[in-house]
Design a binder for this molecule. Sequence first.
Ligand code: FAD
Length: 455
Amino acid sequence: MNCIPPTLLIAGAGASGMLAAISARRAARELGVADERLRIVLLERNPKPGNKIAISGGGHCNLTHEADVKNLLEKGFLRKNEQRFLRHAIHRFSNADLLELFGRYGLKTEARADGRVFPVSGRAGEVLDLLRRMVEESAVTLVTNARVERLECGASGFVVQAGERRFEADAVILATGGASWGSAGTTGDGNRLAAAVRHSIAPVMPALAPLFFIAQPRPELVGITLRNILLVASADGATDSRRGDVLISHRGISGPACLSLSRSVAGFHASGKAVAIAVDLFPGHEASKLSAFILEEAARHGPRQVRTFLQRCPLAPERFDAPDASSAAETIPNAFADEILRQAGIDREVTMSGLTKAQRLGLVSALKRLALGAVKKVPLDRAEVSAGGVALGEIDPKTMQSKIHPRLYCCGELLDYAGEVGGFNLQAAFSTGWLAGTHAARSLIENRNPQPAQE
Ligand SMILES: Cc1cc2nc3c(=O)[nH]c(=O)nc-3n(C[C@H](O)[C@H](O)[C@H](O)COP(=O)(O)OP(=O)(O)OC[C@H]3O[C@@H](n4cnc5c(N)ncnc54)[C@H](O)[C@@H]3O)c2cc1C
């Protein structure tokens, strides 16, 4: 009889790796297996685990999102294949399960009006401390300063090399995170390790990143926030857009709409296209309706300067109101009124009744597509997450088990998905980590000799 307990090795002690370790021990204990009968080793390249959790949400940690699973998936993951892949994991370990688990360890959370969930304390450190405590209670051997550099897969298990140290394992979970924000320890190691054992890797792409202009924006536009507009990226005939707030800085733009759009911008750049950014200040309204609205305003307020009309004009309105009637609504920022006139080729003194047809059409076109400028390549080191990574088709979504090596599991941002801003990425990491740990432990304990999952 073989008396050596099996070893589960987890590479990466971030959100998914720590949850994998915790859930593996929990699954073992539920099966009545004494801790010494399953070794769980968690390797982390940094001196401490959970660097990204510490900096998440600007140090406040937006740990999940309040919504039922269907809505969470639709809101958080715009691509259908990602929703399909993550559905099982998030059902099995949902936002409610996460909050219940963390709640048992004393974490109090609050959901904001937009659904984002934070610790009441506002401290990401509280979430991290709690996770570290849970890892400790799970009888896990945490080895820090251990960067996994090689993964070899043999008939009887795995050999893992981390610097001078060599580990043997019966099952391995790769939880090394994405390839962005490298200063936190995530430099795409997992992709290289997975590729070395024959996994396909989808090209890595920055996502949730600010965009930087090639030419600096006009100084008068800097510091302005455009609320609820449509941000449009155009590249050689291709376009993509997002509705939301955009903040203009001296170098570029940020804000929710920009972060969300950055993945597409990176995709356009990757296919060799130059990308120009514009804003639609009247999203949801066709150019013809906007033109008719301007005509009505000209009939009502002929002597009024076009500039004054713009300054009183509602920004991204749900419906057309006479500007004077909507004084409570947010209006087009003053600095933008001048920029619109400039791009429409209309002098500041022109009045509403003096607008020629060509000028009116120019005005409509500037309001619907106000050019902000061409942007540089999206910086991977400033992206909150990276898209790309281990191909989803090679991982069983029900277990996170590799379809190539039955005792290899992958979880978290290492996988080829990328969520939106709002707590979706941490939830996906927690859920996939939970699934990987649970199944890896069960498989080792039941001493199954698993076959790669079939398509
Ligand atoms: C600035 C910033 C803010 C963010 N804010 C939020 C937020 O508020 N809400 C949200 O949902 N998401 C947020 N995210 C995204 C979120 O942090 C990640 O998606 C999530 O942490 C991914 O979890 P993971 O376990 O896959 O990877 P990570 O949490 O990145 O963990 C991977 C771990 O593996 C380690 N590692 C890497 N390579 C090796 C190796 N070769 N050997 C050993 N260890 C290795 C890393 O050091 C790291 O500790 C933010 C990201 C950033 C950068």
